[in-house]
Design a protein around this ligand. Structure first.
Ligand SMILES: Nc1ncnc2c1ncn2[C@@H]1O[C@H](COP(=O)(O)OP(=O)(O)OP(=O)(O)O)[C@@H](O)[C@H]1O
Length: 250
């Protein structure tokens, strides 16, 4: 939670309650999530950090309905997604969630414009033209809308992926290492834009990252270790995050 008084009363856009995820059985069992209870407040940018193998991606995937918990519950708003069947989960992801991954996951045969509009096309929904134009302009893609992904740089492809996540105005965007494959300048542009989406349009973002500089764009950083949340930091700076991470290594 942030320390500002309004923030503490904010509803959760997503949350996990006693979330457990176990891979394998018996002696080979890996407890990727060992009882995680956490709120992701709406209109906030939350970063998830922790050592490799601490469960960051598993937590994100289970809260985003891309994977199932072994025990406990995960909610998007008031919807207990643990209780949804596969088809219902697919619809919930399509209609309410946005995703940004390290690999941009663009469709090679579609133009930038078509890729950005794909979630709406699949949902049979119309784009808000003014909103589409604003996002495309802000991420600097106006001149590139007719290009195929193969005709774009890595940074431009990630901008397409960010625009694709934002245009449908999802309840929450889940980002897994969104700047991991980008040079630092392009990464800063993408993170700045994600921050603006939170500040100016009230978007909710949850981001997994290894990078203290990326985490500093968040309102709050959660630290995972061995499948549990061991700490959180409000109003993070990259130096403070780096210091905290060093303690894991010590
Ligand atoms: N499909 C799977 N089958 C078996 N074990 C898995 C599977 N996916 C993840 N794990 C294990 O669960 C634990 C948590 O993995 P997870 O990918 O969530 O960690 P992470 O913090 O995101 O790691 P990284 O920073 O390296 O991406 C690890 O020990 C991992 O080996």
């Amino acid at each position: 939670m942030t320390t500002s008084p309004q923030a503490t009363t904010r509803a959760a856009a997503a949350r996990a309650v006693e979330a457990r995820k176990t891979y394998g059985e018996g002696d080979a069992a890996v407890h990727a999530l060992a009882g995680v209870t956490v709120d992701f407040p709406e209109h906030e940018f939350t970063a998830i950090m922790g050592p490799s193998g601490s469960g960051k991606s598993t937590l994100m995937q289970c809260v985003a309905g891309l994977d199932r918990l072994t025990a406990g519950a995960a909610y998007i708003g008031d919807t207990d997604i643990s209780k949804l069947n596969k088809n219902q989960l697919t619809l919930l992801r399509r209609d309410r969630l946005g995703f940004i991954f390290q690999q941009y996951n663009l469709i090679p045969s579609l133009t930038a414009r078509e890729n950005i509009l794909l979630p709406l096309t699949l949902a049979g929904a119309d784009a808000d033209d003014a909103w589409f134009d604003e996002i495309v302009q802000t991420v600097g893609l106006t001149e590139r809308l007719g290009n195929l992904p193969s005709q774009l740089s890595g940074g431009q492809q990630q901008r397409v992926a960010v625009a694709r996540a934002l245009v449908p105005r999802p309840d929450i965007i889940f980002a897994d290492e969104p700047t991991g494959a980008l040079d630092s300048r392009t990464g800063i542009e993408i993170l700045t834009f994600m921050r603006r989406a939170v500040d100016e349009t009230g978007q909710t973002i949850v981001m997994v990252t290894h990078d203290p500089h990326a985490a500093a764009y968040a309102n709050r950083v959660l630290f995972l270790a061995d499948g549990q949340i061991v700490d959180s930091m409000d109003a993070p700076t990259s130096d403070r995050v780096l210091d905290r991470m060093k303690q894991f290594e010590g």
